[in-house]
Design a protein around this ligand. Structure first.
Ligand code: PEP
Ligand code: MG
Length: 309
């Protein structure tokens, strides 16, 4: 109910002047999403990790149905399996790779196993029909517009109306305009985008300074992606960990992002931060942040711009 929506009580995300920003959940299986509006990233790896054989369509349908059931009528962005590297799936790994983070992973596995992608898309569509969720489907680890176009063809053939891709490889961010023209939405994955932009393993705590989402090079790529998607009239979200930082959320909104997806526990803080700034203030903060030359400078710039409260 719009009337009781407030930063404290939950409800939709809004800037102080009422611009809607969807607050969504990152999930990895059946879970309570709390008071957010839907799911912005459903990681489907839980069904695949460590398996020697692919799950059948019926097995997948049952598993997705269990996730979708409490989400009827809500947006659920399902990501097709992101096999590889930090998410090992033996049945897609034909041979060991020297650099799994840079290997045949994510959407690339469909080059060898198109049937697996078909099965997963079919199971997702069936489970969505069973439960009445508002289904959006996106592919991980997309590098080029051609890959985005190929995925869109396959997904639309299987009956998916909202087809998107993740922007988490710098090549994709640099050519986000081309990619946005091929799909219905894009979602920026800042975890891998930081890893690949800085050539810094996302699992190494000792490189946390490089993986900092306030790094100017990362924010440049986010800004570029958001601008391209908006110019194409396509929704653009952020679903990496960066979306849960309440100081960064107004920056992302100022850059043009229209949804933020995070672990549900972070949503109240982000909702409160958005409610403190008008859209113009978010833009002002974003410009100040982009002008900074370091993560520390970027944070300082974000703190120095006034808010309505
Ligand atoms: C990301 O890379 O930012 C992302 C959201 O996906 P994952 O963390 O599952 O790789
Ligand atoms: Mg990723």
């Amino acid at each position: 109910d719009e009337a009781i929506a407030s930063p404290v009580l939950g409800g939709p995300g809004r800037t102080a002047d009422g611009h809607r920003i969807a607050l969504l959940a990152n999930i990895g299986g059946p879970t309570d999403i709390g008071d957010v509006e839907g799911v912005g990233l459903f990681r489907t790896e839980f069904l695949f990790l460590g398996r020697k054989n692919p799950p059948t369509v019926e097995e997948q349908r049952t598993a997705y149905r269990a996730v979708f059931e409490p989400l009827s009528g809500k947006r659920v962005v399902v990501r097709t399996v992101d096999a590889g590297s930090d998410k090992p799936v033996p049945f897609v790994a034909d041979e060991p790779e020297p650099n799994p983070a840079l290997g045949v992973r994510g959407l690339r596995t469909a080059r060898r196993h198109l049937g697996h992608l078909h099965d997963q898309l079919d199971a997702i569509v069936l489970a969505a029909a069973d439960t009445g969720v508002e289904l959006w489907v996106m592919a991980p680890m997309v590098a080029t517009a051609a890959e985005a176009a190929d995925f869109a063809v396959v997904a639309r053939e299987r009956g998916i109306a909202q087809v998107g891709v993740m922007i988490e490889i710098p090549a994709a961010a640099l050519r986000a305009a081309d990619i946005a023209s091929e799909v219905d939405f894009v979602s920026i994955g800042t975890n891998d985008l930081a890893q690949f932009t800085f050539a810094a393993d996302r699992e190494l705590g000792s490189l946390a300074d490089l993986l900092d989402p306030w790094q100017p090079a990362l924010l440049d790529l986010v800004a570029r992606t958001a601008r391209a998607a908006r110019a194409a009239g396509k929704p653009v979200g952020v679903c990496g960990e960066a979306a849960a930082d309440p100081l960064l959320a107004p920056v992302l909104v100022g850059l043009g992002v229209d949804s933020l997806s995070m672990a549900p526990v972070g949503a109240p803080h982000v909702r409160a931060a958005l409610a403190e700034h008008t859209l113009d203030q978010c833009r002002e903060i974003a410009s100040a942040v982009l002008a900074a030359g370091s993560p520390r400078g970027a944070r300082a710039a974000a703190r120095s711009v006034r808010s309505v409260s």
